[in-house]
Write a protein that binds this ligand. Structure first.
Ligand code: NAD
Length: 269
């Protein structure tokens, strides 16, 4: 018996990386999956977006767990698309219990004052406003079900620390914690919990396109620090999924408003 048998979980940015790992881990525990991803690249030349082939692999892996999946191409900035997907998910599956707001981009610039205005705006729109729009579209469906639920927002170690060379990312991820705490207050009376995870260095595409190398060149004092308290500080995506499954399940029934580091100790620095 799975810890999420009969539940329906939405995962944004589900085509690859942590989002795919979360979708598969939630499915392994019995959840039906609603997966969305932009399946496109945005402005950053170093951090490319996912593809339709990536999403097809997520679908294959969830179906391998004998779970149903509704997978769509949608932009977390597009409230109409999110609302339409929420309606479609309710029509197909009849309920929504879990929302994992995971999608993300990482744009860098050497200093805050040199950040391109459009890069700033895109990061805030995707990482912060997009996170709010996902909750705006899906939380009413959880309320409608009357059974309570769990919202899990992916912030970052950069949600509580500065990351030089990533001002908009840092600001947006701090903002996500404000969103999470407000939701915990407001949705709590519907027995909907809201929590955040703060991943450290996770082995995904976000770190693989040259962003780390460029950032290290610009900000060596920050990036040459080894911030892991464990022998291996580079976290596999499914290592983060274990925390997501915990926060989605009844094991965390009395945890709301929490920001859980999954960072090999990075945020102790
Ligand atoms: N990798 C890390 O070290 C790390 C550390 C801390 C936090 N995070 C956060 O973890 C989350 C997952 O990132 P990841 O590491 O799996 O990277 P990733 O680049 O592999 O995955 C991000 C996914 O989000 C999708 N996406 C981007 N913009 C979108 C939009 N507007 N609408 C819908 N989907 C969109 C991308 O297409 C991609 O599939 C992000 O929120 C990221 O900021 C990552």
């Amino acid at each position: 018996m799975g810890r999420l048998d009969g539940k329906v979980a939405v995962v944004t940015g589900a085509a690859r990386g942590q989002g795919r790992a979360h979708a598969v881990a939630l499915a392994e525990e019995g959840a039906t999956i609603v997966a969305l991803d932009i399946l496109d690249s945005l402005r950053s030349p170093l951090h490319k977006g996912s593809t339709a082939e990536d999403m097809a692999e997520t679908v294959r892996l969830v179906e391998k767990e004998d779970q149903r999946i509704l997978a769509v191409k949608a932009d977390a900035r597009d409230l109409n698309a999110l609302t339409a997907l929420a309606d479609q998910a309710m029509a197909e599956f009849g309920r929504i219990d879990v929302v994992v707001v995971n999608h993300g981009i990482w744009a860098i610039s050497e200093n805050a004052w040199e950040t391109d205005e459009e890069d700033w705006q895109e990061s805030i729109d995707v990482l912060l406003t997009g996170a709010w729009k996902v909750t705006k579209a899906f939380i009413p469906k959880i309320i409608e079900g009357g059974l309570g639920g769990s919202v899990i927002l992916t912030s970052s170690a950069m949600g509580i620390k500065a990351q030089p060379s990533s001002v908009a990312y840092t600001v947006a991820k701090h903002g996500v914690l404000g969103l999470m705490k407000t939701l915990a207050w407001e949705a709590g009376r519907h027995n909907i919990r809201a929590n955040a995870i703060l991943p450290g260095m996770v082995d995904t595409q976000m770190l693989q396109g040259g962003t780390i190398e460029k950032s290290s060149e610009w900000q060596p004092r920050f990036f040459t620090l080894d911030r892991s308290l464990l022998p291996d500080g580079l976290i596999p995506p499914d290592g983060v999924s274990r925390a997501v499954v915990f926060l989605a399940s009844d094991e965390s029934a009395f945890i709301t408003g929490a920001a859980l580091p999954v960072d090999a100790g990075w945020t102790t620095f």
